[in-house]
Structure formats: C-alpha cells, structure tokens
Design a protein. Structure first.
Length: 755
C-alpha cells in the first residue's frame, strides 16, 4: 500500500460494509460528490436491512454496490465498536437529511425528492421551506405504492434527469429504495440517499422516538408500539436473527483474530496530463472463435477515454490457429484502436498464453479479459476514471454470469456464477484477485518483469500467485465496481457438481499459493474456520430452505469443498498435480522423471520446458538427496511432487577403489496416477529404479515413447549380477537410451544396449 494514501475503513456485517463516519463526515463526503457532478447512492442501514439481506439477494447486491452505507441503529454501532471501530457513531436517516440540507442549501445545491405519501408531501415541502428558506427543490416525484410499469418508471426517471438535482432523497422504504437506487444509479444525476421514513417524520405525520430511547437502542420498540400491524413481523423475524449474526461475528473475531474491517482509498487530486498513454487489452483464447468474436465486438462498441491509445493483443493457445478467422474479420470493422496483434502460443497453458501477450511489448497498463466474456459499454472509461482517482497498482472489475432458461432457480438466486465487485476504491488483497477483467499498471509487468507462473497454468491459480508475489513486493489493489463484464454459463457448467469441484480446486490453489508466498496460519486452523462457516451458513439457511430456497445451505456445502481442497493440498502436496486439469492440445506432452533437481541440471530442465510445442511436466520425489548442502529454487520449473515412500540405506560399491555411500531410496507409488492424468506421449527417465519400471508399464499400456537418460560410469559395471539383470530388462523396454560420455557408452554396450 502506498504510504501517502488516506484510507476509509469500513466493517463487514453479514457481508455488508458499514461505515464508521459521523454526521459531519458523511454529509461532507456526500456534498463533495454532489457538487462535483459524480453519481453515487448512499444507503442508511439498520438492523432490518442488514439482516434481510441474508435472504434477499437483490437487497444484498444493492447494499454491496452502494458508495456508502451508514449505521442507522445503535445495535449496529455497538457491534462495530466491539469489532474494533471504537469511533463508530450512529447516522440516523432523518437527522442526516436535515444536517445535509444545512450544508447543501448555502451552496445552492439542487434538491429532489422521490417517494413519500401524496397527502404528506405538501406538508414536508412546507416545513423544509420554513426551515431552509433558500432551499432549491427542483423535483418531487411521488410514485404509486404498487410496482411501476416501464412507462411510469421511464417518466419518473426523465423528470429527475431533466431536473438535474445535486441530491435526491429517496423515501419508499426498505428494500424498495435500495433496489431502486441501484437500478437508476447510472441515470439519475448527483447523489441519491435512501432515508426511509424521514419524509413522514419531517412532515409531522409520524412521531419519532424520544432521543433517550434512540440512544438506548430501543427505537424499534417505540415504532412497534406506534405501528404494530406493519412492523410486528419485521422485528420478530429480523431482530433474533441479527443477534445470532452479531454473536457469531464477535466469537469468530475473538477466537480466531479475524478482522471484519475493509479499507477504501480516498480519491487523489485530479491532474491533467497531455501525454498519451497506451493500454494493451490482452486476450488469451483457445478454440472458442465465436465467443472471441462476441468479446471483440463488445470492445469495439465500448466507450473510449480521451487521450488514450488502445492496443489489442490476442494470443491463440491453439496450435492450429482457430482464432485467426475471428481476428481477421474483426480487423476489417475495428474502429479507434491502435495496433491489433495476433500470435500463436503452442504451449497449451493459460500462463504461457498471458505471458506471450506481455512479451509483445511495453504498455502503460495491461487490461486482461477472458475470451468467453463480453464487456459493458462503460468498461474502459470506468477503468480509466478509477485509475485517475486511485493510486492502486491493479484494479479489479466484477462479472455477471448469464444462465440459460433451463438452469436451476437456486443458481440465479444465489448468484453463484457472479463475481461482485466491492464499491470502487475498496482496498483488496491478493485473495480477492483474478486476472479476468483486471487492469494492471505497466511498471509491474514491463519494467519489473513479473510473469504468470506456468506451474499453476493447468490447475488454476496462476493469477492469484502473480498478485500474491506482487503484493509481497509492495503492490496495492482496489476494486472498480463500474467496470463490469458478463459471460454466458454453458450448460455443462450450470451444475452443482461443477461448482463444487471448482471450489474444491480453488481451495487447493489457495493453499499452494499461500504456502509459496506468505505462509500464514496452520492449515488445520483454516480448515476449522471453514467448517464453522459451513455450519453457520447451513443453520442460517434453514428458514429459507423450508421455503424452498436452498442457496445458503448450498453455499455452506461449498465451504466444505473449500476446506477439503485446502486440507488435501496441505497434507498431500502432490495432490494438487493429480487434480490439475489437462485439456487436449496439439502440443507434445513430455514427462521427465527424476528423484531430485540438482543445480547443474536446473538450466537444462528449464531449457526443455521452453522447447516449442512441448508441454513439459517434471516429476520429482524430493528437493535434495542424502547429505547435500545445496538448495535449488524451483518456482520457475513446471514441477509436480510425487507421493513416495522413502528410506535411507548405506551401500558398498565394489571396484578398484571400493567405497560406501548413504543413499535415499524412493518408491514413487503416486506416479502412475499422475502419468495417467497428464497422459504424456513421451517419458524421459533419469534413473534405473522403480520410477522407470512404472514408466515402462505406462508406456506398454498407452504406446507412449520411453527414453532412458542414463548417467552410468565404469563403477556401474562392478554392481551385483541381479542389479545388472534388472537394468538390462529396463533398457529393453525403452524406445531410446541416451548415454552421457564414453564411460556410459562402454557400460551400456556390455549390458546389451545396441550402439
């Protein structure tokens, strides 16, 4: 994180980010947004809205996408203070409305109202004109209590747009006002605030609770006494559930030390630059030309920021060039784009493909988007606006999954295929990063040469690994909620099993990335937390499950998948390789078998890994053997560890100068499963033991080529008769035997290997 950046801290309650700001800070921020012409909406959150968002996914989305959520209710304030926000204070909607008008009216802010009762609105306007004689009320829209037709909504929206208000107070009740503000956030000018019953209070139609009751957190009891018929069900259903939510968060925070705090960057001072920047949009594609064409078309019609050159880099991961036709057709219709590059990366691996896009040249920023997505019209301008406001090294947009009509209803309600973005400017760490729909500053990829790790290119997680390494070097990240992309969910993915397996593999990837970059808490502790979260989600989801809405319980089962994946990667390190997804490819898959990687062999293995048209996988048992005092950095090699039984033995080698040595022997029982998963066409083995025997068995079953790379010397000729017979048998199984040097040639000849 850049030390000079000021941060706005919020606390998550039931997944909703609640601000600790007081009346002055809230009104100050709203007024600055309003007078600068920026579009925002603010939600005044109480126990009812925060709790209802648990089973109302639309309300939850509205609260999560708002620019600011204030705490309207002492129970929320007490919870925030218990969770570490000692300065949290109540921001009561009706009071905020008056305090904001006190500051906005002297600055000639234009005020509009949406909602209220037609019999009470005249009295509200009369009172406001009496309290604020200079107030400029430019629009008053009173919608009917029933749902609006499209024509009615369009007319109401047009009235507000034509009035050009700086501030619009919305009073149609929760959750209608939150959902309405989200639906109209890009249409209504200025800032919208959902103030609930404030219109009725200030019109004098409904009595407010005494201040001492409000401070005691008992306003709900007063309002229940005033309106029992309307509020009885609300309070009897939400208050007990909120107590459970609060107690759960407090216990988890105290026991595990978890922080529910989230930070947002403050906007930096705007500067005008006459220097044209170049952004490179990087797309890796594999055998999906029609989806690629849809993506390119959406980029072509997207709005372009001024004084910005947009280059397009398409890397085809199909050796046959299946995307060439789509790219050639797009070149004929492309408008206002810089250089359109197309290249083929024959090594079928998403990390290699993305790295190939980076090697096409430097850029001020790189924008990554997947070939099965399509972008919104404001995609580039949103990234550009956010980049100009916030000092972050990478920014991450959201994703909306589009399901077909035959999909299960719970999939749409639970939004399992969406990737919601936190409000723009929210600080993220690497755990919440992905390379799809992402902008990365060029200095990290052009100057500092950070690259995606091919080791994660098959199993997934190459993006998380990259951003974890960048974060360790000081990179900072934030969200950009307006830069949205969408993707169609194919039928084979719209299944519970696919989601469960994806999250299971995600748990493995997270654990491997954590171990390779930061360490962290013990995996068993993480597993226990996930198990508790799964139980809590299932318990919370029981009322909805009874109503036929299993989303919460399904989400709880996904926590189990995440837990099992993490445990498997922690307890069985080689299992991540077993669960890697190897897709069909035109490249040659090559497996290289060895017990260790020595320093003098590493350059050779690295060169083999970069061989064109090769997909190399290096299988090893251990980092070193017996008493070696060297260590080798393996991060850049395509390595998979093999599950083995290992033991040490001291052997005596006869010959002109007999000697004893301590050897570590391995029985790689996990190798057959790895080979059948990877399906190599060529196997290269660097030893003459069980590993080669298992490889020979695989080659017999599949027709793969077996190459034995022998490091024999004259000492080998003095080994026992039984060992010589064993090795002669192995040599007969090989397609090719490679000997290094004159001595190896002599020994191999005596063992019956033809020259």
């Amino acid at each position: 994180m850049h030390p000079q950046q000021a941060l706005i801290t919020t606390t998550r309650v039931n997944g909703i980010q609640l601000s600790r700001l007081d009346y002055y800070e809230t009104s100050d921020r709203v007024l600055k947004w309003a007078l600068s012409g920026k579009q925002h909406y603010v939600c005044i959150c109480n126990v009812h809205s925060v709790t209802s968002s648990m089973w109302d996914s639309d309300l939850k989305q509205s609260l999560q996408q708002s620019s600011l959520n204030t705490t309207d209710g002492m129970p929320l304030v007490w919870l925030l203070r218990t969770l570490g926000q000692s300065t949290a204070s109540r921001v009561y909607g009706p009071t905020l409305m008056l305090k904001l008008l006190e500051r906005a009216v002297p600055q000639n802010a234009r005020i509009a109202f949406y909602g209220g009762h037609p019999d009470r609105m005249p009295k509200l306007i009369e009172n406001l004109n009496k309290w604020f004689p200079d107030i400029q009320i430019v629009a008053t829209v009173i919608p009917p209590f029933r749902p609006l037709t499209e024509d009615e909504d369009r007319e109401a929206t047009r009235t507000l747009v034509d009035a050009r208000p700086h501030i619009t107070f919305v009073g149609i009740g929760c959750p209608k006002q939150e959902n309405w503000m989200r639906a109209h956030k890009d249409q209504i000018p200025g800032v919208m605030l959902g103030v609930g019953a404030a219109f009725d209070f200030h019109a004098g139609a409904v009595k407010q609770a005494p201040s001492w009751l409000q401070r005691a957190g008992l306003e709900w009891a007063f309002r229940l006494a005033m309106e029992p018929k309307r509020l009885f069900k609300r309070y009897t259903t939400t208050n007990p559930v909120f107590i459970g939510i609060a107690l759960t968060q407090i216990v988890v925070a105290k026991v595990s030390g978890r922080s529910y705090q989230t930070q947002r960057l403050q906007e930096k001072e705007q500067t005008t630059s006459s220097t044209q920047q170049t952004w490179a949009i990087c797309v890796a594609t594999y055998n999906r030309p029609q989806m690629l064409a849809n993506l390119l078309e959406s980029i072509n019609v997207a709005d372009r920021p001024e004084n910005l050159r947009i280059d397009l880099r398409i890397v085809d991961n199909d050796k046959e060039g299946s995307a060439r036709g789509a790219v050639d057709a797009f070149r004929k219709i492309a408008k206002d784009l810089g250089k359109i590059s197309y290249t083929i990366e024959p090594r079928q691996n998403i990390a290699h493909a993305r790295n190939a896009a980076l090697e096409l040249g430097p850029a001020d920023a790189y924008v990554f988007v997947d070939d099965d997505e399509f972008v919104c019209k404001e995609w580039l301008t949103s990234f550009h606006d956010s980049d100009s406001k916030y000092d972050a090294d990478a920014q991450f947009g959201g994703l909306i999954g589009i399901l077909n009509e035959d999909s299960k209803p719970w999939m749409a309600r639970g939004r399992f295929y969406d990737r919601p973005a936190a409000p723009t400017g929210t600080v993220l760490d690497w755990r919440y990063t992905r390379s799809g729909n992402t902008l990365v500053k060029g200095k990290w990829l052009s100057e500092r040469k950070f690259r995606f790790d091919p080791q994660f290119g098959r199993s997934g997680g190459e993006d998380s690994n990259l951003f974890a390494r960048m974060e360790a070097e000081g990179a900072s990240y934030c969200s950009c909620a307006e830069a949205m992309v969408s993707e169609f969910v194919p039928e084979d993915r719209a299944k519970f099993k696919w989601l469960w397996v994806r999250i299971y593999r995600g748990g493995m990837t997270y654990e491997n990335t954590l171990k390779s970059t930061q360490g962290g808490a013990h995996p068993l502790l993480r597993a226990a937390k996930r198990l508790l979260a799964a139980i809590a989600l299932c318990i919370k989801g029981i009322p909805a499950l009874i109503k036929g809405q299993p989303e919460q319980c399904i989400r709880g089962s996904f926590k189990i998948a995440l837990m099992l994946g993490g445990l498997k990667a922690s307890l069985f390190p080689s299992s991540a390789a077993k669960d890697a997804q190897y897709t069909d490819t035109m490249t040659t898959r090559v497996a290289l078998l060895t017990n260790i990687v020595s320093p003098y062999r590493k350059p050779l293995f690295a060169a083999l890994g970069n061989t064109p048209n090769w997909e190399l996988r290096l299988y090893i048992d251990a980092h070193s053997e017996f008493d070696r005092d060297w260590s080798v950095e393996l991060d850049q090699l395509p390595i998979e560890h093999t599950r083995s039984l290992s033991w040490t033995r001291t052997t005596r080698t006869p010959g002109p100068t007999p000697f004893e040595q301590k050897l570590t022997l391995h029985l790689p029982f996990g190798l057959p499963l790895q080979l059948f998963k990877f399906r190599p066409q060529v196997i290269i083995s660097l030893e003459l033991g069980c590993r080669t025997a298992l490889a020979a068995l695989y080659a017999r079953c599949t027709g793969a080529k077996l190459i034995i790379w022998s490091y024999q010397s004259r000492v080998s000729s003095h080994q026992s008769w039984l060992r010589k017979q064993w090795r002669s048998l192995l040599f007969k199984q090989a397609t090719t035997v490679v000997g290094m040097g004159t001595q190896a040639r002599e020994v191999l000849t005596t063992w019956g290997v033809p020259d």
